[in-house]
Design a protein around this ligand. Structure first.
Ligand SMILES: NC(=O)C1=CN([C@@H]2O[C@H](COP(=O)(O)OP(=O)(O)OC[C@H]3O[C@@H](n4cnc5c(N)ncnc54)[C@H](OP(=O)(O)O)[C@@H]3O)[C@@H](O)[C@H]2O)C=CC1
Ligand SMILES: O=C1O[C@H](COP(=O)(O)O)[C@@H](O)[C@H](O)[C@H]1O
Length: 595
């Protein structure tokens, strides 16, 4: 018997019954198809995949037998959904993921982490690969190679990687064993990034592991951008897959302005086709960013409000409560606008503001995102405020200034904070300010989207609200991190005989609602790259459009040597950001007691 969570009241709703019935049928079908395809492989016990073949419409696929067997009644008092109960789009099983099919034909995937000795590889890439392995999401035949100039043996790489691996809080079972098994699949090849011979030697080793199977190869460029092209050239000419696909994940920064980004794209395309290039923006892999489209397009209540008619302004806020510690050398050449706004925040904005795509196919979504970006006005200098953190002593602890970093010049004007007002000149968003704010060394860490709705016209309760109508407008907050949540601020009557209103939140706090730990963005993105799912990766025309919005103002800031407003480490950032917001009659939603 199957227990399916339904949003409708028990069996009284025929619509609910129909959905449940369809889900059951689909789940049974899924289980039977899976059992055919899962023979002989141990993977895919709990991975979801959103993948569309070229010929079939897109469906959310359940690859784990959800609903097929586990019965776990939902207690009225227990608001936490068990994995098996999560409501999903009814699964229609028409499209078996590539690598599930691959295992049928005994293909392999070799993943080479180029720059394996580096910070990102240790912090994110190896742990994400292990998490995928742990969850049974990697194909049966896979090999992981670390590649870098540092001298290391396989055993040394394994020791290095093992220090970075953790088990999920809710899945510690057999973790040590799984780690050992995973580490046995990790190898190391030392080499220069511009040496064809070193990559030929890697190719030989990969072939030995591939053992005559159809060989798919994924290269993850986790190296500084100045050596991207050398590595791509060598990997593509000397270590491409002979029989299967070859894909390359490219890390940001994708250039530092329109020209350098276009030059990078041109160089990459000398060696790779666009569909081999996976430009990563890890914010697109974050759970709540993924959920943005679900929220909009699968709930009737939001989409009709999603326009200038009801939305006063939208805010994209990124804050870190630590400085550039350890990355000052990289950061000083880029600054916060390039590091966070031009990519992470702008990508979220595009997803937020796009029209309904024709389907969930990668190209349909990316087409809509490009249209938004191309409808935007290039950012004006007047609409930007920049800041840089300075040293601050609190509680006897001295926090450094940005320029205290040895790798940062003493007279650096590089912004570690920026606020900006952007506009989308299309019918849906004409005149709506889209405000962005991003900063390091601020008082807290957060990433969120805030949607402030218009005032209620002729509000009967205005006199109960007080003079500040702005405070009484509805606000939808999508908190990307930390403590993932979606909440809607509403006005509510305070219980009692009088008529007093207050603001309350309709709150979906993920930790209270879902028991499963949220996967790291890199897990989702690596899995997608292995599956060939491009939806969450940046296409070259998106990148061009994104750069053309920011390049002129970045040039102006540099040419005019605009001095940033200095703010103390651990503060709320420059006051200039409030003046900027006020110019557009906006108040930042993250300020004040009721956030
Ligand atoms: N670290 C992070 O949090 C994030 C990083 N990124 C991006 O990911 C990529 C990798 O970042 P990260 O791991 O921090 O980078 P690192 O500076 O740690 O470099 C990675 C590896 O590249 C090699 N390397 C470093 N500098 C040079 C050089 N000048 N010439 C040749 N090889 C060099 C080193 O390996 P060896 O000496 O062994 O060859 C190093 O271990 C970068 O593009 C970065 O912008 C993106 C988002 C976040
Ligand atoms: O890309 C980057 O992102 C990190 C923040 O990522 P998060 O997932 O930890 O929020 C930021 O610290 C870094 O400067 C930037 O390059």
């Amino acid at each position: 018997m199957t227990t399916t969570f339904s949003p409708f009241p028990s069996s009284s709703s025929s619509a609910a019954a129909l959905i449940n019935h369809n889900q059951r049928i689909a789940a049974v079908a899924a289980a039977s198809i899976r059992s055919k395809h899962n023979n002989n492989n141990n993977f895919n016990q709990c991975c979801f995949s959103l993948k569309q073949s070229s010929s079939t419409p897109l469906h959310l696929q359940h690859q784990d037998g959800i609903g097929a067997s586990k019965a776990s009644p939902l207690k009225a008092s227990d608001n936490i959904l068990k994995d098996a109960e999560v409501l999903s789009v009814p699964p229609v099983i028409q499209d078996i993921p590539n690598f599930q099919q691959d295992t049928q034909t005994s293909s392999t995937v070799s993943i080479t982490v180029v720059g394996a000795s580096g910070d990102l590889a240790k912090k994110k890439i190896f742990p994400a690969l292990f998490a995928l392995y742990y969850e049974g999401c990697l194909p049966k035949h896979f090999t992981i190679y670390g590649y870098a100039r540092s001298k290391m043996t396989d055993a040394e790489l394994r020791t290095m990687v093992s220090k970075t691996l953790t088990c999920r809080i809710d899945q510690r079972e057999n973790c040590g064993e799984k780690m050992d098994q995973f580490l046995q699949r990790c190898f190391y090849h030392p080499g220069q990034y511009d040496s064809q011979q070193n990559f030929l030697d890697l190719d030989k080793k990969l072939k030995e592991h591939e053992d005559g199977r159809v060989a798919n190869r994924l290269f993850y460029l986790s190296i500084p951008p100045n050596i991207f092209i050398d590595a791509v050239k060598c990997a593509s000419t000397s270590a491409s897959a002979a029989s299967g696909w070859t894909r390359v994940i490219v890390e940001k920064p994708f250039g530092r302005d329109s020209e350098s980004s276009a030059a990078l794209t041109r160089s990459l395309k000398q060696y790779l086709d666009e569909d081999q290039i996976f430009r990563i923006d890890h914010y697109l892999g974050k759970e709540l960013v993924e959920n943005l489209s679900v929220l909009r397009f699968s709930n009737l209540i939001f989409e009709p409000l999603w326009s200038r008619q009801y939305i006063r302004n939208v805010q994209f806020i990124f804050a870190e409560d630590f400085g550039t510690e350890g990355r000052g050398g990289y950061f000083d050449n880029y600054g916060i606008i390039r590091d966070i706004m031009q990519n992470h925040l702008l990508q979220i904005l595009a997803l937020f503001a796009m029209e309904t795509p024709v389907s969930l196919d990668a190209e349909d979504i990316r087409n809509e995102k490009v249209k938004v970006l191309r409808s935007m006005r290039p950012l004006q200098l007047d609409d930007v405020v920049i800041g840089q953190y300075k040293s601050h002593t609190r509680g006897g602890v001295k926090y450094p200034a940005y320029t205290d970093d040895k790798t940062v010049p003493n007279d650096s004007l590089t912004p570690t904070f920026a606020a900006a007002a952007l506009f989308i000149d299309n019918a849906r968003w004409d005149g709506v300010p889209f405000l962005m704010k991003a900063g390091k060394a601020l008082h807290d860490r957060r990433a969120e989207i805030r949607v402030q709705f218009r005032h209620v016209p002729g509000n009967l309760y205005n006199k109960n609200i007080g003079t500040d109508l702005d405070l009484a407008t509805n606000e939808l907050v999508i908190r990307v991190q930390p403590d993932e949540a979606i909440y809607l601020k509403i006005n509510n009557k305070v219980p009692g005989l009088g008529m007093r209103l207050d603001r309350s939140n309709l709150n979906l706090l993920y930790a209270a609602r879902y028991s499963k730990e949220i996967p790291d963005a890199y897990e989702r993105l690596l899995l997608d790259a292995i599956e060939g799912e491009r939806r969450l990766f940046i296409r070259s025309d998106e990148l061009d459009a994104a750069w053309s919005l920011f390049t002129p103002v970045l040039k102006e800031l540099e040419e005019k040597k605009v001095v940033p407003e200095y703010y103390p480490y651990g503060s709320r950032g420059p006051v200039g950001s409030h003046y900027l917001a006020a110019r557009y009659k906006v108040r930042w939603g993250d300020v004040g007691s009721e956030q």
